[in-house]
Design a protein around this ligand. Structure first.
Ligand SMILES: NC(=O)c1ccc[n+]([C@@H]2O[C@H](COP(=O)([O-])OP(=O)(O)OC[C@H]3O[C@@H](n4cnc5c(N)ncnc54)[C@H](OP(=O)(O)O)[C@@H]3O)[C@@H](O)[C@H]2O)c1
Length: 353
């Protein structure tokens, strides 16, 4: 999608792609969540960031998701520097948070989860002018001439609480969606949608704009399938593609319960979640299945889902993730999860036969 350069090695075709129907773009079923490149929870060096993205490209990963929020510009800068000039990748970033300079900022103490040296503080603005500014600033940090997908970041009650009506109005009557439609019609972006940790807001947004694709994080996983009731059927009906973030629910579905503290939704996992995952691990043991492989592959069985984008922070994780994506999982494993009530009976499952 991005300007071709002749001297790049072609990406190995190890990962299938699916169609984002409304935009006509193809996207890899396994993508790269680049919050890690913004020094999420701990610092990584520039060299490690580059090595991780290069390992992802070598593994055949062609879809990368970032945001201005991830390290307050750091993830976008690092990602853009490696991906620039690749005709064969898809990149998404986000709008809704602008970055304000912090003149007296020093060091990398954690702020909003990120241990970043970038001297900026994010603030929310989803209005027409702010969306255009955010898009332009992302182009400059990325060093790219166009962006494949733009998501409206963290709109909704979960993030904004009592301020929700006001921030949502910035998108609707305040022209935020109109700005995205303009960028798409001008070819500055290929597609747009929301990037959120709640599906309810996506249902509301669908009534105001023609979303191409939604990035839903943590809300359609082995632990949580309420999205099956209304949201995912609405996406199928409207041809809205779904990208799944947080397929490990921020950790526990990758680490399991047997290696000390595990995380669920960015905090230590509560006992009920640990107990539920322990039961899933027992089924995994009986079928010789890796928990993280099941967590990564499950969402892709839904007809609206086009990609799953785990958080990846080092080259070893890239190789591990590719193996998890490709692990053969017997049909009986999924049937047993459903028979035991550990997975909804109406959830589409990734059958091999
Ligand atoms: N609102 C939004 O738009 C939104 C919200 C959330 C996420 N996202 C997107 O989705 C991406 C992924 O989400 P996420 O990072 O929140 O959640 P996630 O992928 O569910 O979990 C990431 C965590 O799992 C661990 N992990 C990953 N692979 C592992 C493996 N093979 N074995 C053991 N542990 C493993 C990582 O540990 P290490 O740190 O040790 O690697 C990291 O702590 C983000 O980077 C972002 O692109 C978007």
């Amino acid at each position: 999608m991005i300007t071709p350069v002749q001297n790049q090695l072609p990406i190995a075709e190890t990962i299938a792609s699916r169609l984002i129907t409304r935009s006509g773009q193809r996207i890899g079923t396994l993508g790269f969540g680049a919050a890690s490149l913004g020094n999420l929870y701990h610092e990584i060096t520039d060299a490690d960031a580059v090595a991780t993205v290069e390992a992802a490209l070598a593994a055949g990963i062609t879809y990368f998701d970032t945001a201005p929020h991830y390290g307050f510009g750091l993830s976008e800068r690092r990602l853009g520097d490696v991906l620039r000039g690749r005709p064969d990748i898809m990149l998404s970033t986000k709008v809704g948070r602008l970055l304000r300079p912090l003149r007296d900022h020093h060091g990398t103490a954690e702020r909003h989860g990120f241990c970043t040296p970038m001297p900026f503080e994010p603030f929310f603005d989803y209005s027409y002018d702010a969306i255009l500014r955010s898009h332009e600033q992302s182009l400059q940090r990325l060093g790219l001439a166009a962006i494949d997908i733009v998501y409206v970041h963290d709109i909704g009650r979960l993030t904004h609480g009592e301020g929700h009506a006001e921030t949502f109005a910035q998108l609707t009557t305040g022209g935020g969606f109109r700005a995205l439609e303009r960028l798409k019609s001008e070819g500055a972006i290929g597609a747009f949608g929301l990037g959120v940790n709640e599906w309810q807001i996506c249902m509301d947004a669908m009534e105001h704009a023609d979303l191409d694709v939604v990035l839903l994080a943590g809300r359609y996983t082995l632990l949580e399938q309420q999205a099956l009731d209304a949201f995912l059927p609405a996406c199928v009906r409207r041809d809205i593609a779904v990208v799944i973030g947080g397929a490990y629910n921020s950790g526990i579905l990758a680490t399991g319960t047997r290696r000390g503290t595990s995380h669920f939704d960015y905090a230590p996992a509560p006992p009920a979640i640990v107990a539920q995952v322990a039961l899933i691990e027992d089924v995994c043991d009986r079928h010789g299945v890796t928990l993280a492989a099941a967590a990564l592959q499950f969402p892709l069985a839904h007809p609206s889902v086009v990609s799953v984008i785990p958080g990846i922070g080092n080259p070893d994780r890239v190789r591990q993730t590719l193996a998890l994506h490709q692990e053969a999982i017997p049909d009986d494993f999924w049937s047993e999860l459903q028979a035991e009530g550990l997975l909804r009976a109406d959830a589409p499952i990734p059958c091999r036969n």
